[in-house]
Design a protein around this ligand. Structure first.
Ligand SMILES: [Zn+2]
Length: 173
């Protein structure tokens, strides 16, 4: 899930879903390809829509608000994804996706979200508070207080920035 969200890297200017073949490579690289599936341009746009919608849904995990219209846009993009409940050999309930193509790929990701919401780990998946970054990260801190992807990449940078701002306003007084 984290890897899906981080298929775009704003800081490094990398977008794995920039082309249809890029999306196909990502899907295959994560073992999510169904036999004979070749993504279309519509699939590419839909994958990005779902990715950014889910990223926005993570904002409350870091104390921020979800932008208006996110839920309906995301639900529209999910469209025809279908999960089919089955009990597994270990008697646990599973929700494998029905269908093929992008529906199956998105279904697998939704299944991960569902399972992690039950486990309580979903709340720990957050979006970096640096708007130029928006990297998805797992907050492993005991009190779940993390707001930056990493201290090295954004935390120290943002702290330095607010320090400079404070220093500037102090000297302009
Ligand atoms: Zn960051």
């Amino acid at each position: 899930m984290q890897s899906f969200l981080n298929s775009v890297d704003l800081e490094e200017d990398r977008e794995d879903f920039a082309t249809v073949s890029g999306l196909a490579t990502w899907i295959a690289g994560h073992g999510l390809a169904s036999p004979g599936y070749v993504p279309s341009e519509g699939d590419r746009l839909r994958a990005i829509e779902v990715r950014e919608g889910i990223r926005d849904l993570l904002l409350p995990h870091g104390g921020d608000d979800v932008p208006e219209g996110t839920v309906s846009r995301l639900n529209d993009a999910l469209g025809t994804v279908l999960l089919t409940p089955v009990f597994a050999e270990d008697y646990g309930l599973r929700l494998p996706p029905a269908g093929a193509g992008l529906d199956a790929v998105l279904g697998r990701l939704l299944q991960i979200i569902y399972a992690s919401s039950i486990e309580g780990t979903w709340q720990r998946l957050k979006v970096c508070r640096n708007d130029a970054c928006r990297w998805a990260f797992y907050d492993a801190s005991r009190n779940r207080s993390g707001v930056w992807c990493t201290m090295a990449r954004c935390g120290s940078k943002m702290k330095a920035r607010s320090y400079r701002r404070r220093a500037q306003s102090a000297s302009s007084r």
